[in-house]
Write a protein that binds this ligand. Structure first.
Ligand SMILES: [Zn+2]
Ligand SMILES: [Zn+2]
Length: 244
């Protein structure tokens, strides 16, 4: 299968060039699926429009509303779900948490665990976009909101993997976001949750600009899954000991 073929490759970001990364990005099955779904959603909205007509203002509202909500969703998912302490405490969700964030903090250079899996990202995009789209633009709005969410997520994945590449962005703001993301990974994980912008960290007070601003966190790589937590809730440890 194409998916397992991609996963058989070693994608180590600290040894990859920008060109290697672009190939890995476009060949990743979930990225291809988002691209196909994005195209299908735009076509679907055009086809459905005569049956569920809405004003241009409501169509625009669905797209702009999704774009405005996006940074908040990105921030909330990273801070409260990925860094929450509850998913590893159940045998039903331990493997999910390990895949969606623990493994990435264990080895931020491994692209295979940096990219989200479509089985978790797609439902999240649907849940986050559908209420915005349907309330602002009906069925057509819901499809366009979903398409906007997919586009935002594709940009998110690109920004995130480039932040872990040994190449500094040319744009000053992107260099600053990258520095913040690397501090989140290697200094203190309890701040700098934003991947595509610093906006939410700034308004919710979780931004720090340098290693001098907050103390080093001993849980920066294991996200607090250690010692007593590890022995009380052994499932992630057990899965980590198995062969990949
Ligand atoms: Zn990261
Ligand atoms: Zn994190």
């Amino acid at each position: 299968m194409l998916t397992s073929q991609w996963y058989r490759e070693k994608y180590l970001l600290d040894r990859m060039t920008f060109r290697d990364l672009m190939w890995a990005y476009v060949l990743y099955p979930s990225i291809q699926m988002y691209g196909v779904l994005l195209a299908c959603s735009i076509i679907g909205a055009v086809v459905l429009f005569p049956y569920f007509p809405v004003s241009p203002l409501r169509v625009t509202g669905s797209i702009v509303g999704t774009l405005l909500a996006y940074p908040f969703v990105e921030y909330a998912v990273h801070r409260f779900i990925l860094h929450g302490r509850y998913l590893y405490r159940s045998p039903w969700t331990a493997a999910l948490w390990k895949r969606i964030h623990y493994d990435h903090h264990q080895d931020p250079n491994d692209l295979r665990v940096l990219f989200g899996a479509g089985s978790t990202t797609l439902p999240t995009i649907v849940v986050a976009t559908f209420p915005i789209g349907v309330s602002l633009g009906g069925w057509v709005g819901a499809i366009l909101s979903f398409a906007t969410g997919l586009a935002c997520f594709m940009v998110y994945e690109l920004c995130h993997c480039m932040q872990h590449l040994r190449v500094n962005p040319k744009i000053k703001y992107l260099r600053r976001v990258k520095r913040h993301q690397l501090l989140h990974h290697f200094h203190n994980e309890q701040g700098n949750f934003g991947i595509t912008s610093l906006f939410c960290d700034q308004i919710f007070g979780s931004e720090y600009g340098s290693a001098e601003d907050v103390p080093f966190s001993r849980t920066v790589s294991n996200l607090g899954y250690a010692d007593e937590e590890r022995s009380h809730y052994p499932w992630v440890a057990q899965l980590s000991e198995q062969k990949p």
